[in-house]
Structures are given as structure tokens and as C-alpha cells.
Write a protein that binds this ligand. Structure first.
Ligand code: PRP
Ligand code: ZN
Ligand code: MG
Length: 217
């Protein structure tokens, strides 16, 4: 059954590394919004579009379920969620990597040293897949945040976490051992059936995004 709501609903990270760049992109392709600082659901003034501002971790699920038709979210989050969504395209912002990091000067100097160790992470799925691909076995301790402090608290021996500038690792005496996943922002679309109107609007946006990206180069 085709959804009856008319507005194209787009999920955007509420506050974080992707927020400003995503809103800039949307404005750059001609969408105009009222003040989005105050509301979680923001109507577009010149298109039949609304933005839902939510935690990035929730975006794949909302798009999978068809609560949102589109979402701008990190490839890391989409992959970790194993979400059943269509990746329309990669966008060249929000670039970061999921890496293994260990205390500097510790006894773990490469991924091969991970057997039997404890790994703290907010990315248990991607971390497990990496371990399996290397034939390694380690315990995964799932934490929702502040993963970088886990080795000092002796909750874990090493971590896997997102690295962008490397500042967080450095500030916590950790060294990057290996990248396990390269990430950038992705535009994802629900696999739930969409009305022709929404599909046409999505096509139009994709063309504009392409133009915007070319102009930025
Ligand atoms: C990631 C990661 C580190 C930080 C690394 O968190 O968990 O805290 O970024 O970046 P750096 O290498 O530039 O220091 P993020 O900002 O994505 O927020 P979240 O973990 O709350 O989603
Ligand atoms: Zn997050
Ligand atoms: Mg963080």
C-alpha cells in the first residue's frame, strides 16, 4: 500500500558532525526552512518536505520502517544497523573511519594481538565482522559512548571507535592500530513503497545534489 502522507520526510542528525553540513546541503539545493533550532519536525517553506531531526543512531531504523522516506546518515551507522534501506549515494562530508585503538606503549601493537582481549565499542556488529574476517576471537564490550576511556577504566584492553582528526585518541593516550571501516555520509532511501509524487521529488533532489556537488568542486 502506498503511504498516504504527502510530505517527503527526511531524517537529519539533530546535533553532531553531520548536522550543519547536511542542512547547508539542503539549503544549497534550494530548500528553505523555518528556524530549525527549536523543533524536531521542521517544515520546508517551498517544497512538500519536512525534516525530522533525530539522533544519528536512530536514522537507519526510521528510514527502514518508512517513518522517514530519506535520511542523511554516516555509512558507519547504516552498516552497524544492518538496515534494510537503499543507499542512493555517498556524500563527501562526515568522512571518518572506524579503527582499532590501543593504549600507546601497551602490549597490543597490532590486530593480530587481539585474541582473548576485551574490546570496548559502540560498533559491536562491525567489530565482530572484522574479528571474524581475520579469524580472531575477542570479547566485545558494548558501550553507548565515552568508549575512549574504557582502557583506563580497565573495562577493556582496546577499543574500536570513530576517528576523524585523531584528537580524541591522542587526548586519551591511544594509538590507532588498524582501520576496520571507512565512512562518509550517505543519502539513504526507504524500501517501503513511495507515492509517485514522492519518487518524483526524490529524483529532482538527486539531480540538484549532483549539481551542487559539481559546483562545490
Ligand atoms: C566520534 C568518536 C570520538 C570522536 C572522534 O564521536 O566517538 O568521540 O568522534 O573524533 P576525532 O578523531 O576528530 O577526535 P561522534 O562525534 O561521532 O559522536 P557520537 O559518538 O556521540 O555519535
Ligand atoms: Zn551517535
Ligand atoms: Mg563520541
Amino acid at each position: 500500500t502506498l503511504d498516504s502522507s504527502t510530505s517527503l520526510r527526511i531524517a537529519v542528525q539533530k546535533s553532531g558532525r553531520l548536522t550543519d553540513k547536511t542542512l547547508n546541503l539542503l539549503e544549497g539545493i534550494g530548500l528553505k526552512f523555518d528556524d530549525y533550532k527549536r523543533s524536531l519536525l521542521v517544515k520546508c517553506r517551498n517544497f512538500d518536505v519536512e525534516l525530522l531531526l533525530i539522533r544519528d543512531d536512530d536514522i537507519p531504523e526510521y528510514v527502514e520502517d518508512g517513518v522517514c522516506d530519506l535520511g542523511f546518515v554516516g555509512a558507519n551507522t547504516v552498516a552497524e544497523d544492518e538496515a534494510d534501506v537503499t543507499i542512493l549515494r555517498g556524500l563527501d562530508y562526515g568522512v571518518c573511519r572506524l579503527s582499532i585503538a590501543a593504549p600507546k606503549a601497551g602490549d597490543i601493537q597490532s590486530a593480530a594481538d587481539l585474541n582473548g582481549k576485551r574490546i570496548a565499542t559502540s560498533y559491536p556488529v562491525l567489530t565482530r565482522k572484522f574479528l571474524e574476517s581475520k579469524g580472531l576471537s575477542a570479547d566485545i564490550v558494548t558501550l553507548s559512548g565515552s568508549v575512549e576511556i574504557a582502557p583506563r577504566l580497565e573495562i577493556a584492553d582496546v577499543i574500536t571507535d570513530l576517528v576523524s582528526t585523531g584528537g580524541t585518541l591522542k587526548a586519551n593516550g591511544l594509538q590507532e592500530l588498524e582501520t576496520i571501516f571507512d565512512s562518509e555520509t550517505q543519502l539513504v532511501k526507504t524500501n517501503k513503497p513511495l507515492s509517485e509524487g514522492k519518487q518524483a521529488l526524490i529524483e529532482k533532489f538527486l539531480q540538484r545534489i549532483e549539481g551542487y556537488q559539481k559546483a562545490e568542486k
